[in-house]
Ligand binder design. Sequence first.
Ligand SMILES: NC(=O)c1ccc[n+]([C@@H]2O[C@H](COP(=O)([O-])OP(=O)(O)OC[C@H]3O[C@@H](n4cnc5c(N)ncnc54)[C@H](OP(=O)(O)O)[C@@H]3O)[C@@H](O)[C@H]2O)c1
Length: 282
Amino acid sequence: MKPVVVTGATGAVGRYVAHGLGSAGRLLVRDAGRAAALGLPGRVLVGDYREPEGLRRAFEGAGAVFAVTNNPLRPADDENIVAAARAAGVGHVVKVSWLGVADPGADDLVARWNREAEERLRASGLLWTVLRLRSPMSNALGWAAGVRAEGVVRALGGDAATAAVDPRDVAEVAVAAVRDPAAHAGRVYGLTGPVALSARQQTAELAAVLGRPLRFEELSEEQALAGWRRKLPEPVAQALLAAARRRADGAAASVLPTVAEVTGRAPGTFRGWAERCRGSFV
Ligand SMILES: NC(=O)c1ccc[n+]([C@@H]2O[C@H](COP(=O)([O-])OP(=O)(O)OC[C@H]3O[C@@H](n4cnc5c(N)ncnc54)[C@H](OP(=O)(O)O)[C@@H]3O)[C@@H](O)[C@H]2O)c1
Protein backbone atom coordinates (compact mmCIF):
# COMPACT_ATOMS: atom_id res chain seq x y z
CA MET A 1 0.00 0.00 0.00
CA LYS A 2 1.32 3.46 -0.90
CA PRO A 3 1.58 5.91 2.02
CA VAL A 4 -1.60 7.77 3.01
CA VAL A 5 -1.27 11.40 4.08
CA VAL A 6 -3.32 12.09 7.21
CA THR A 7 -4.04 15.79 7.63
CA GLY A 8 -5.42 16.88 10.99
CA ALA A 9 -3.61 13.92 12.54
CA THR A 10 -3.61 15.62 15.95
CA GLY A 11 -7.39 16.17 15.74
CA ALA A 12 -10.29 14.18 17.11
CA VAL A 13 -10.75 12.07 13.95
CA GLY A 14 -7.26 12.19 12.44
CA ARG A 15 -5.56 10.56 15.43
CA TYR A 16 -7.72 7.45 14.96
CA VAL A 17 -7.04 7.47 11.23
CA ALA A 18 -3.32 7.50 12.07
CA HIS A 19 -3.76 4.53 14.41
CA GLY A 20 -5.85 2.69 11.82
CA LEU A 21 -3.19 3.11 9.14
CA GLY A 22 -0.17 2.37 11.34
CA SER A 23 3.09 2.50 9.40
CA ALA A 24 1.23 3.36 6.14
CA GLY A 25 0.30 6.78 7.60
CA ARG A 26 2.20 9.94 6.70
CA LEU A 27 1.03 12.46 9.27
CA LEU A 28 0.88 16.11 8.29
CA VAL A 29 0.96 18.17 11.50
CA ARG A 30 1.74 21.75 12.46
CA ASP A 31 3.44 20.72 15.68
CA ALA A 32 5.54 17.55 15.71
CA GLY A 33 5.60 17.71 19.52
CA ARG A 34 1.81 17.26 19.67
CA ALA A 35 2.00 14.21 17.41
CA ALA A 36 4.74 12.75 19.63
CA ALA A 37 2.76 13.48 22.81
CA LEU A 38 -0.22 11.61 21.34
CA GLY A 39 2.01 8.62 20.56
CA LEU A 40 0.83 8.47 16.94
CA PRO A 41 2.29 5.82 14.66
CA GLY A 42 3.50 6.69 11.14
CA ARG A 43 5.97 9.17 9.72
CA VAL A 44 5.45 12.76 10.88
CA LEU A 45 5.85 15.69 8.47
CA VAL A 46 5.44 19.29 9.54
CA GLY A 47 3.21 21.35 7.23
CA ASP A 48 0.39 23.86 7.07
CA TYR A 49 -2.62 24.18 4.75
CA ARG A 50 -1.48 27.73 4.08
CA GLU A 51 1.79 26.54 2.49
CA PRO A 52 0.98 24.97 -0.91
CA GLU A 53 4.54 23.97 -1.78
CA GLY A 54 5.03 22.17 1.56
CA LEU A 55 1.72 20.35 0.99
CA ARG A 56 2.81 19.23 -2.47
CA ARG A 57 6.08 17.85 -1.06
CA ALA A 58 4.21 16.06 1.74
CA PHE A 59 1.81 14.51 -0.78
CA GLU A 60 4.54 13.34 -3.22
CA GLY A 61 4.38 9.53 -3.68
CA ALA A 62 1.24 9.13 -1.55
CA GLY A 63 -1.67 7.00 -2.75
CA ALA A 64 -4.36 8.92 -0.87
CA VAL A 65 -5.00 11.90 1.39
CA PHE A 66 -7.34 12.05 4.37
CA ALA A 67 -8.39 15.71 4.48
CA VAL A 68 -9.74 17.60 7.50
CA THR A 69 -10.03 21.38 7.48
CA ASN A 70 -11.73 23.36 10.20
CA ASN A 71 -11.69 27.05 9.32
CA PRO A 72 -14.80 28.17 7.39
CA LEU A 73 -13.19 31.56 6.81
CA ARG A 74 -10.34 29.93 4.90
CA PRO A 75 -11.74 28.08 1.85
CA ALA A 76 -8.20 28.36 0.46
CA ASP A 77 -7.15 25.55 2.83
CA ASP A 78 -9.27 23.05 0.87
CA GLU A 79 -8.23 24.59 -2.43
CA ASN A 80 -4.58 24.12 -1.49
CA ILE A 81 -5.11 20.49 -0.47
CA VAL A 82 -6.87 19.63 -3.74
CA ALA A 83 -4.27 21.50 -5.84
CA ALA A 84 -1.40 19.77 -4.02
CA ALA A 85 -3.05 16.35 -4.45
CA ARG A 86 -3.38 16.96 -8.19
CA ALA A 87 0.17 18.31 -8.53
CA ALA A 88 1.63 15.36 -6.60
CA GLY A 89 -0.38 12.76 -8.51
CA VAL A 90 -2.30 11.51 -5.46
CA GLY A 91 -5.12 9.24 -6.57
CA HIS A 92 -7.81 9.61 -3.93
CA VAL A 93 -8.92 12.25 -1.40
CA VAL A 94 -11.16 11.28 1.52
CA LYS A 95 -12.65 14.45 2.91
CA VAL A 96 -14.45 15.20 6.16
CA SER A 97 -17.57 17.32 5.68
CA TRP A 98 -20.84 17.97 7.50
CA LEU A 99 -24.34 16.51 7.23
CA GLY A 100 -25.71 20.06 7.31
CA VAL A 101 -24.66 20.20 3.65
CA ALA A 102 -27.64 17.96 2.83
CA ASP A 103 -30.09 20.14 4.77
CA PRO A 104 -31.83 22.47 2.28
CA GLY A 105 -32.67 24.78 5.20
CA ALA A 106 -28.99 25.23 6.10
CA ASP A 107 -27.52 28.33 4.51
CA ASP A 108 -25.06 29.47 7.15
CA LEU A 109 -21.34 30.07 6.63
CA VAL A 110 -20.31 26.56 7.71
CA ALA A 111 -22.87 24.85 5.46
CA ARG A 112 -21.84 26.96 2.45
CA TRP A 113 -18.12 26.42 3.14
CA ASN A 114 -18.56 22.64 3.29
CA ARG A 115 -20.80 22.59 0.19
CA GLU A 116 -18.30 24.57 -1.84
CA ALA A 117 -15.36 22.45 -0.66
CA GLU A 118 -17.21 19.26 -1.60
CA GLU A 119 -18.07 20.67 -5.03
CA ARG A 120 -14.45 21.69 -5.62
CA LEU A 121 -13.24 18.19 -4.75
CA ARG A 122 -15.85 16.50 -6.95
CA ALA A 123 -14.86 18.74 -9.87
CA SER A 124 -11.12 18.14 -9.36
CA GLY A 125 -10.75 15.03 -11.49
CA LEU A 126 -9.39 13.16 -8.45
CA LEU A 127 -11.06 10.12 -6.97
CA TRP A 128 -12.97 11.33 -3.93
CA THR A 129 -14.96 10.08 -0.95
CA VAL A 130 -16.90 12.51 1.24
CA LEU A 131 -17.61 11.73 4.90
CA ARG A 132 -20.47 13.94 6.10
CA LEU A 133 -20.53 13.90 9.89
CA ARG A 134 -23.28 14.72 12.26
CA SER A 135 -21.49 16.56 15.08
CA PRO A 136 -18.66 14.49 16.53
CA MET A 137 -19.11 13.28 20.12
CA SER A 138 -15.80 14.98 20.82
CA ASN A 139 -17.66 18.32 20.82
CA ALA A 140 -18.50 17.36 24.42
CA LEU A 141 -14.84 17.93 25.29
CA GLY A 142 -15.82 21.61 25.25
CA TRP A 143 -17.66 20.86 28.52
CA ALA A 144 -14.62 19.35 30.22
CA ALA A 145 -13.41 22.46 32.06
CA GLY A 146 -16.87 23.17 33.53
CA VAL A 147 -17.32 19.52 34.50
CA ARG A 148 -13.93 19.36 36.21
CA ALA A 149 -14.25 22.69 38.03
CA GLU A 150 -17.96 22.85 38.93
CA GLY A 151 -19.70 19.64 37.90
CA VAL A 152 -21.74 21.73 35.45
CA VAL A 153 -22.49 21.46 31.73
CA ARG A 154 -23.72 24.68 30.14
CA ALA A 155 -25.13 24.64 26.62
CA LEU A 156 -27.73 26.13 24.35
CA GLY A 157 -30.56 23.87 23.19
CA GLY A 158 -30.25 21.26 25.91
CA ASP A 159 -33.28 19.32 24.64
CA ALA A 160 -32.30 19.23 20.96
CA ALA A 161 -31.62 15.64 19.91
CA THR A 162 -28.43 15.08 17.92
CA ALA A 163 -27.22 11.76 16.55
CA ALA A 164 -23.58 12.61 17.30
CA VAL A 165 -21.00 10.23 15.88
CA ASP A 166 -17.95 8.73 17.56
CA PRO A 167 -14.82 10.17 15.86
CA ARG A 168 -13.33 6.67 15.97
CA ASP A 169 -16.13 5.41 13.71
CA VAL A 170 -15.52 8.25 11.26
CA ALA A 171 -11.86 7.25 11.21
CA GLU A 172 -12.70 3.59 10.63
CA VAL A 173 -14.82 4.53 7.61
CA ALA A 174 -11.99 6.78 6.36
CA VAL A 175 -9.44 3.97 6.64
CA ALA A 176 -11.78 1.57 4.81
CA ALA A 177 -12.16 4.18 2.05
CA VAL A 178 -8.44 4.83 1.52
CA ARG A 179 -7.72 1.08 1.54
CA ASP A 180 -10.33 0.30 -1.11
CA PRO A 181 -10.97 3.20 -3.49
CA ALA A 182 -12.72 0.85 -5.94
CA ALA A 183 -15.44 0.30 -3.34
CA HIS A 184 -15.62 3.77 -1.86
CA ALA A 185 -14.61 6.40 -4.44
CA GLY A 186 -17.45 8.59 -5.66
CA ARG A 187 -19.48 7.91 -2.51
CA VAL A 188 -20.92 10.43 -0.04
CA TYR A 189 -21.32 8.84 3.38
CA GLY A 190 -23.55 10.39 6.04
CA LEU A 191 -22.17 9.31 9.41
CA THR A 192 -24.13 9.39 12.67
CA GLY A 193 -24.12 7.61 15.98
CA PRO A 194 -26.65 4.88 16.87
CA VAL A 195 -29.16 7.14 18.61
CA ALA A 196 -30.03 10.82 18.93
CA LEU A 197 -29.36 12.24 22.39
CA SER A 198 -29.87 15.75 23.72
CA ALA A 199 -27.12 17.61 25.55
CA ARG A 200 -29.12 17.03 28.73
CA GLN A 201 -29.12 13.27 28.09
CA GLN A 202 -25.42 13.30 27.22
CA THR A 203 -24.80 15.06 30.54
CA ALA A 204 -26.62 12.25 32.36
CA GLU A 205 -24.54 9.65 30.48
CA LEU A 206 -21.36 11.49 31.39
CA ALA A 207 -22.42 11.66 35.04
CA ALA A 208 -22.97 7.89 35.04
CA VAL A 209 -19.50 7.32 33.60
CA LEU A 210 -17.88 9.70 36.09
CA GLY A 211 -19.88 8.29 38.99
CA ARG A 212 -20.93 11.70 40.25
CA PRO A 213 -23.84 14.03 39.66
CA LEU A 214 -23.56 16.73 37.00
CA ARG A 215 -25.90 19.67 36.60
CA PHE A 216 -27.09 20.86 33.19
CA GLU A 217 -27.64 24.60 32.79
CA GLU A 218 -29.45 25.88 29.72
CA LEU A 219 -27.79 28.91 28.14
CA SER A 220 -29.80 31.66 26.49
CA GLU A 221 -28.92 32.46 22.86
CA GLU A 222 -27.23 35.65 24.09
CA GLN A 223 -25.06 33.72 26.58
CA ALA A 224 -24.09 31.10 24.00
CA LEU A 225 -23.24 33.78 21.44
CA ALA A 226 -21.13 35.67 23.97
CA GLY A 227 -19.16 32.48 24.67
CA TRP A 228 -18.57 31.72 20.98
CA ARG A 229 -17.59 35.34 20.33
CA ARG A 230 -14.83 35.05 22.92
CA LYS A 231 -13.23 32.23 20.89
CA LEU A 232 -14.36 32.65 17.29
CA PRO A 233 -14.88 35.35 14.66
CA GLU A 234 -18.40 36.80 14.47
CA PRO A 235 -19.48 35.03 11.23
CA VAL A 236 -18.54 31.65 12.72
CA ALA A 237 -20.37 32.44 15.98
CA GLN A 238 -23.47 33.36 13.95
CA ALA A 239 -23.19 30.10 11.97
CA LEU A 240 -23.07 28.10 15.21
CA LEU A 241 -26.21 29.90 16.40
CA ALA A 242 -27.98 29.12 13.12
CA ALA A 243 -27.01 25.44 13.45
CA ALA A 244 -28.23 25.34 17.07
CA ARG A 245 -31.60 26.76 15.99
CA ARG A 246 -31.94 24.06 13.31
CA ARG A 247 -31.02 21.36 15.84
CA ALA A 248 -33.78 22.67 18.11
CA ASP A 249 -36.16 22.10 15.18
CA GLY A 250 -35.02 18.46 14.93
CA ALA A 251 -32.60 18.84 11.99
CA ALA A 252 -29.85 16.72 13.56
CA ALA A 253 -31.91 13.88 15.00
CA SER A 254 -31.98 11.36 12.17
CA VAL A 255 -29.90 8.19 12.55
CA LEU A 256 -28.20 6.75 9.46
CA PRO A 257 -27.03 3.14 8.94
CA THR A 258 -23.77 3.99 7.15
CA VAL A 259 -21.21 3.31 9.89
CA ALA A 260 -22.53 -0.23 10.30
CA GLU A 261 -22.79 -0.75 6.53
CA VAL A 262 -19.16 0.23 5.93
CA THR A 263 -17.48 -1.17 9.06
CA GLY A 264 -19.68 -4.23 9.63
CA ARG A 265 -20.31 -3.32 13.28
CA ALA A 266 -22.67 -1.13 15.24
CA PRO A 267 -21.62 2.51 15.69
CA GLY A 268 -20.18 3.51 19.04
CA THR A 269 -22.41 4.95 21.75
CA PHE A 270 -21.92 8.21 23.63
CA ARG A 271 -21.43 6.13 26.80
CA GLY A 272 -18.57 4.27 25.14
CA TRP A 273 -16.98 7.48 23.92
CA ALA A 274 -17.27 9.04 27.38
CA GLU A 275 -15.67 5.99 29.02
CA ARG A 276 -12.75 6.21 26.60
CA CYS A 277 -12.35 9.97 27.19
CA ARG A 278 -13.10 9.88 30.92
CA GLY A 279 -9.65 11.24 31.73
CA SER A 280 -10.48 14.60 30.15
CA PHE A 281 -13.35 15.14 32.60
CA VAL A 282 -11.63 14.32 35.91
N1 LIG B 1 -17.68 20.30 15.33
C1 LIG B 1 -18.75 19.94 14.68
O1 LIG B 1 -19.88 20.05 15.20
C2 LIG B 1 -18.63 19.35 13.31
C3 LIG B 1 -19.78 18.85 12.69
C4 LIG B 1 -19.64 18.25 11.46
C5 LIG B 1 -18.41 18.20 10.83
N2 LIG B 1 -17.34 18.73 11.44
C6 LIG B 1 -16.07 18.66 10.73
O2 LIG B 1 -15.31 17.71 11.36
C7 LIG B 1 -13.96 18.05 11.19
C8 LIG B 1 -13.36 18.13 12.54
O3 LIG B 1 -12.54 17.03 12.62
P1 LIG B 1 -11.73 16.85 13.96
O4 LIG B 1 -12.74 16.83 15.06
O5 LIG B 1 -10.76 15.76 13.80
O6 LIG B 1 -10.99 18.25 13.95
P2 LIG B 1 -10.27 18.92 15.12
O7 LIG B 1 -10.20 18.02 16.29
O8 LIG B 1 -10.83 20.29 15.25
O9 LIG B 1 -8.83 19.01 14.47
C9 LIG B 1 -8.53 19.81 13.40
C10 LIG B 1 -7.16 19.37 12.89
O10 LIG B 1 -6.81 20.21 11.79
C11 LIG B 1 -5.48 20.67 12.02
N3 LIG B 1 -5.31 21.98 11.40
C12 LIG B 1 -6.07 23.08 11.59
N4 LIG B 1 -5.62 24.10 10.85
C13 LIG B 1 -4.54 23.63 10.17
C14 LIG B 1 -3.64 24.21 9.23
N5 LIG B 1 -3.75 25.50 8.84
N6 LIG B 1 -2.66 23.44 8.72
C15 LIG B 1 -2.51 22.13 9.11
N7 LIG B 1 -3.34 21.54 10.00
C16 LIG B 1 -4.34 22.28 10.52
C17 LIG B 1 -5.35 20.75 13.53
O11 LIG B 1 -3.99 20.75 13.87
P3 LIG B 1 -3.42 21.41 15.23
O12 LIG B 1 -3.35 20.28 16.21
O13 LIG B 1 -2.09 21.91 14.83
O14 LIG B 1 -4.37 22.50 15.62
C18 LIG B 1 -6.07 19.48 13.94
O15 LIG B 1 -5.24 18.37 13.84
C19 LIG B 1 -13.86 19.37 10.48
O16 LIG B 1 -13.66 19.15 9.13
C20 LIG B 1 -15.24 19.93 10.75
O17 LIG B 1 -15.62 20.82 9.73
C21 LIG B 1 -17.41 19.27 12.68
